[in-house]
Design a protein around this ligand. Structure first.
Ligand code: HEM
Ligand SMILES: *[C@@H]1O[C@H](CO)[C@@H](O)[C@H](O)[C@H]1NC(C)=O
Ligand SMILES: *[C@@H]1O[C@H](CO)[C@@H](O)[C@H](O)[C@H]1NC(C)=O
Length: 335
């Protein structure tokens, strides 16, 4: 890892250096011409243009502070951005609270264990004090996820900003989130509907290098799996016992051996048949995706590069601009 070899330089300072280099090398404008699938109006320098140059730093500092207190929150922030983008686009719909007349996305069973809402609220409050009405909740979420990847040891990358917040959040829309029972072909198809390649999908699944799952997400693998198997045959026998234990004492199972470190160990776990979710292990079992898993297990730099590109792409899903959205004053409530 070249970044880590820079030794005593703090991650924050390093980020500023890279940001500056980025500005010098590529200029300010994200003009959408460069192959991301493009959204006019989003720009790398959006908050400079909007006279709120502190926006990035405020988000980064807050994420750093929270992760130092609780490193497991990196997983929470990254997952929240994913759930936001796959439902109604990256428009912070995942942050909206239910009201009397509307049950919001966050109260769907698919939200299972989403955490970290308070971090976003805190950042929003600080930003509203500094530059009221300028920084959208959707951008805060996208920047926070990006910073979480970085502070957990993953790649550093810049993202275009300028998303607007949506005005809809309905429990029924969470049907667009992939359940952990999908096989590799189904995942390829579902992610393909959002414009992702199979390689993007395998790279994005690598977010499971961080965090944990609960029994409810994998118990279907442990009994009555299918008509011919009681236990999922793609699951290592010893690991099946570990998972059963998690179910009996209701504890969480980490996806890989380094749950707070962003690395490629998740792919090594798949090679060992110790993928936690069926949807994880299937990436290794299916010949269409096995080669990608092997490549990422072998070459962390390749995983990092593909992951950051796929995250930038994910962050552009059905982005709202102009009057199609708003900048919420409170991320939990539509203006
Ligand atoms: C490929 C399809 C995916 C499926 C089926 C899936 C499913 C799941 C499930 C079932 C959990 C565990 C929830 C629980 O038991 O509490 C989980 C956790 C997680 N997912 Fe995914 N996921 C997918 C893709 C992604 C993507 C694309 C990202 C982000 C880019 C992501 C980030 C995470 C993270 C970080 C966690 C851990 C959360 C924590 O520890 O708080 N997942 N996912
Ligand atoms: C997730 O949804 C459940 C209902 O299925 C709800 O009880 C829970 O509070 C929600 N979790 C969060 C963090 O909003
Ligand atoms: C994946 O699931 C679909 C639908 O259940 C099934 O038709 C297909 O055969 C499965 N693919 C593999 C490789 O198991």
């Amino acid at each position: 890892m070249i970044y880590q070899s820079l030794g005593e330089m703090g991650k924050y300072e390093l980020f500023m250096v890279i940001l500056l280099m980025d500005i010098i090398v590529s200029g300010w404008r994200f003009d959408g011409g460069g192959g991301y699938g493009l959204v006019d109006g989003l720009r790398m320098d959006y908050y400079y243009m909007m006279n709120c140059p502190f926006a990035e730093g405020i988000v980064k500092n807050a994420v750093n502070r929270h992760l130092q207190a609780d490193p497991t929150l990196a997983a929470a922030l990254i997952r929240m951005h994913f759930h936001d983008c796959f439902v109604e686009g990256c428009d912070a719909s995942v942050l909206i609270d239910s009201t009397k007349g509307n049950t919001a996305e966050k109260d769907s069973p698919a939200n299972l264990s989403l955490r970290g809402y308070e971090i976003i609220d805190e950042i929003k409050e600080e930003l509203e004090n500094r530059c009221p009405g300028v920084v959208s909740c959707a951008d805060i979420l996208a920047m926070a996820a990006r910073d979480a990847v970085f502070f957990a040891g993953g790649p550093v990358y810049d993202i275009p900003k300028g998303r607007k917040d949506g005005r809809r959040s309905r429990i029924e829309d969470t049907i667009n989130l992939p359940p952990p029972t999908l096989n590799s072909s189904e995942l390829i198809r579902l992610f393909g509907q959002h414009g992702f390649t199979a390689q993007d999908m395998v790279a994005l699944s690598g977010a499971h290098t961080l965090g944990v799952a609960r029994c409810s997400s994998f118990k279907h693998r442990l009994s009555n799996f299918d008509s011919t198997h009681d236990v999922d045959p793609t699951l290592d026998a010893q690991f099946a016992k570990t998972l059963s234990k998690r179910c009996s004492d209701n504890s969480e199972q980490a996806f890989d051996t380094t749950k707070n470190t962003f690395d490629n160990d998740y792919y090594n776990a798949l090679q060992r048949k110790t993928g936690v979710l069926f949807s994880d292990q299937t990436l290794y079992n299916n010949p269409r995706t096995r080669g990608i898993v092997n490549a990422y297990a072998f070459n962390q730099a390749m995983f990092f590069l593909d992951f950051q590109q796929a995250m930038i792409k994910m962050g552009l899903l059905d982005v709202k601009e102009g009057s199609n959205g708003e900048v919420r004053a409170n991320c939990r409530i539509i203006n």
